[in-house]
Write a protein that binds this ligand. Structure first.
Ligand SMILES: [Zn+2]
Length: 93
């Protein structure tokens, strides 16, 4: 059995990693097991760094900067969306 297997906070039974409610005792699990794979903070950092590169440099580095802007924007928006989703889920319960 893998070490990172999730267990119920109430009865300590193993849970599926995406379970929000224990199938054994129906206790609501306080923290979702799944975590965002990419940090919005890293996305913002890449975005800012990309803007600086795109504005301050020319040629290939500038293209790299634009790439970072796109990737960083995607990461920060994606991470933020997941964060909002999780809050909405929590509120719905
Ligand atoms: Zn349980």
């Amino acid at each position: 059995m893998s070490r990172d297997r999730v267990r119920c906070v109430e009865c300590r039974e193993p849970l599926p990693s995406d379970a929000r409610v224990c199938p054994h005792c129906e206790a609501v699990q306080p923290s979702p097991a799944r975590r965002p794979s990419a940090s919005p903070v890293a996305g913002v950092f890449a975005f800012v760094f990309g803007v600086v590169l795109a504005l301050m440099t020319i040629g290939t580095t500038r293209i790299l900067g634009f790439g970072l802007v796109v990737v960083g924007f995607g990461l920060s928006v994606g991470g933020y969306t997941r964060h909002v989703d999780r809050q909405a889920e929590r509120r719905a319960r």
